[in-house]
Design a protein around this ligand. Structure first.
Ligand SMILES: C[S@@+](CC[C@H](N)C(=O)[O-])C[C@H]1O[C@@H](n2cnc3c(N)ncnc32)[C@H](O)[C@@H]1O
Length: 209
């Protein structure tokens, strides 16, 4: 069993009892920070059951391309499709069950990349891939758990990426993102009950100017 198939299975097992309340709130706060346009080309990386993708789907312009939603876990994506049907937005999300790194898109053709509650599984290669996928000046919105408030359960601890340090503050996350070439970095701590996550919004450099 590869690392990724073990992780996919762990999330498949979680799909029926997934904590939608927390993840919906994180996704809502992240979208509010990034403020994507209703017709932007958007990817939801490691989308799970579509916390970000489904909120965007409900506000898409009719002619906009479906939100690309990519996840390793067939169970999480199946749950996302059921939720999309209940919201009446089936056509507004393009679901793919595959590794999200690299994203299944060409170079520099995405306006906004979202990655909620997942970068700590994907690792640093995701950051480089988002620079590749985003158009110059395109934006990214991602979250990381705040180190002081996070303890991974046994099933998930073994899958954490060792090259993504969990920040102890929003400022630490801002500096970390800037060190990987992101510009206009904004970050803040989001609280939901006893949980704390850092939200980060940034731009890919516009090298044309
Ligand atoms: C905590 S969940 C977050 C899901 C969703 N973004 C949300 O906010 O609810 C983490 C997700 O990352 C996915 N994942 C982890 N590594 C992945 C990879 N390399 N490619 C695609 N999906 C991945 C898992 O399958 C899982 O659905």
């Amino acid at each position: 069993m590869t690392q990724n198939s073990g992780l996919a299975r762990a999330f498949d097992d979680l799909a029926d009892s997934y904590d939608h309340g927390h993840h919906e709130a994180v996704a809502r706060a992240l979208i509010a920070l990034v403020e994507p346009g209703a017709d932007d080309v958007v990817a939801d990386v490691a989308c799970g059951a579509g916390a970000v993708a489904l909120q965007l789907a409900q506000h898409r312009q009719a002619a906009a391309r479906p939100v690309l939603a990519v996840d390793l876990s067939p169970g999480m994506v199946a749950a996302g499709k059921i939720r999309a049907a209940s919201l009446g937005v089936e056509g507004a999300v393009d679901w793919r069950v595959t590794d999200a790194v690299p994203l299944p898109v060409g170079d520099h053709c995405v306006d906004v990349v979202f990655c909620a509650s997942s970068l700590h599984f994907l690792g640093r290669p995701a950051l480089a891939d988002w620079h590749r996928a985003l158009r110059p000046g395109g934006r990214v919105g991602f979250t990381l758990p705040l180190a002081t408030h996070f303890r991974a359960s046994k099933d998930f601890a073994q899958h954490l990426a060792h090259d993504v340090p969990l920040p102890e503050s929003a400022e630490e996350a801002r500096i970390w993102a800037a060190s990987y070439g992101w510009t206009n970095v904004a970050s803040r701590v989001h609280a939901f009950g006893t949980r704390r996550v850092v939200l980060v919004c940034a731009s890919s450099p516009d090298t044309r100017s």
